[in-house]
Design a protein around this ligand. Sequence first.
Ligand code: PMP
Length: 353
Amino acid sequence: MSEFLSKDYGSLVPYEPGEQPKIENLIKLNTNESPFPPSPRAIEEGEKELSRSRLYPDPENTRLREAIAEVVGNGIEKEEIFVGNGSDEVLFLAFNAFKDKGIAFPDITYGFYPVYARIAGATFREIPLKEDFTVDFEALKAQKGTVVIANPNAPTGIFAPLSEIRDLVESDPNRIVVVDEAYVDFGGESAAKFIKEYKNLLVTGTFSKSRSLAGARLGFGIANEALIRDLNLLKYSVNPYNVNRVTAAMGYGALRDEAYTKRNCAEIERNRERLAKEILPFGYSSLPSRANFLFVKHEKLSGESVYRALREKSILVRYFDKERLRPFVRITIGNEEQTNALIDAMKRVAEGI
Ligand code: PMP
C-alpha cells in the first residue's frame, strides 16, 4: 500500500478470484466457466466487429438489450434491461445505488457481496444459512434494507423456489430485492417473470456460464424502468462505454443461437447428475445443485485435502477456508470426457486414504 491510498480503502479485503493456471493439460474445474466454446454465431458476430473498434461502442447497447429482452420473454422490454461488464459490474452498481438502508445477504454466498458493500461504504449484515444450507427467508424478510441473494446460491448450488422469492419481494415494497441469477440456466427458474408486478425487484444474469462468454465480460440486469434509470445514472457517471463493441456483438450472436446454449446446459445438467450419483460409493456426498457446479464433501477428508489430491492428478477444483465450508470442494461441471476423468480421479483419491 502506498502512503497515497485513501484511508477509505486501507482495510479493504478484495475478492479472491479462482486461480487461472498456466499449466498445460490441467482439467480446470475451479471457476464455473463453460467447458464449451462460445457459439459459432457469437464468434462470427464478434469478428465482424473487430475492424470497427476505431469507434466507441453504442453506449445504449440498443440492439443487445432488445435481444436480451426477447430471450428473457415475459413481455420484458429493452427499457427494463441494463447491460454491464460482467454481472459483477451490474451488482457493483446496484450495491452503490441501493445502499442507504443497509444491505443484507446470506453468510454463505458469492464472496463479492461483502466486498461490494464495503467499497460502497454500506452497512451490511450477513444472515446465516439454515442448518441444511438453504436461505433463511424469514430472517431476510425482517430486513429493512436491500436484500441480495444468489439463486441458485453459490457455492452450494441450492435453488430456492420462486414462491419464496416472490413472498420476500412482496413482504415489503419499500425494500429492494436483488436476485443474482448467474447460474439459473442449469435447471433453475428465473424470477424475471415477476418484474412487471413489482417495482422493488432487480434480477441479474450473465453470459459467463451458460453462454460460454466469461472472457468477454457481459452481464445484465432486469428491473422496472425506474431502477434501470438509477443504474444508468451511475453507469453514465463512471463509464458510459462499459461494454465493448466486440463483447456486445458476441453477446448478440450468442442470443441468436439459443439452441446451442440449451444443448450445452442439458449436457452440463446430465454430467452433474451423473457425477453426484457415481461418486457416492466412494464416500462422497453433495448438496442438491441446480448450477453448473457441485458442492461435494468426503466422509473422511477435508475439502483442502481433496483439492490437493485432485490437483496432483491434474484436476483443479476450489475449496473455501471458511467456517462450515471446510469439509467441501466446489467442482465445476465439465464435458463428458472431463467428468469421466474426474470420477476416476475422485475414486483413486478415496481409495488412497
Ligand atoms: N454472481 C455469482 C453468484 C457468481 O458466482 C459470479 C461468477 N463469479 C458472478 C455473479 C459474476 O459473474 P460475471 O461477472 O462473470 O457475470
